[in-house]
Design a binder for this molecule. Structure first.
Ligand SMILES: [Zn+2]
Ligand SMILES: [Zn+2]
Length: 86
């Protein structure tokens, strides 16, 4: 199993959808190395689950800036403190 160096750079720079595309195009049996910590995964689902632990699944996004959070209350606090909303 091997991962091309260019792919690793691609993961690191790409958005989530680009990662998906790259995973779909990889050769069968080829491992996927996490660009952020180097762990290698044989299954894309495992990789994606792991990758999200780095990027964070933060469903609450500020509509005024790029701030994201996993907790709604944090977004409210952010809105109030940063944007004087609410
Ligand atoms: Zn990792
Ligand atoms: Zn904001």
């Amino acid at each position: 199993m091997s991962v091309l160096k260019s792919e690793i750079v691609f993961y690191a720079n790409g958005s989530g959808s680009e990662v998906w595309q790259q995973l779909a195009n990889r050769a069968p049996g080829e491992g996927l190395a996490c660009p952020l910590c180097g762990r290698v995964f044989q299954h894309k689902n495992n990789f994606l689950k792991h990758y999200k632990t780095h990027t964070g699944e933060k469903p609450f996004a500020c509509i005024y800036c790029s701030f994201r959070t996993i907790q709604k209350v944090n977004l409210k606090t952010h809105m109030r403190n940063i944007h004087n909303v609410f």
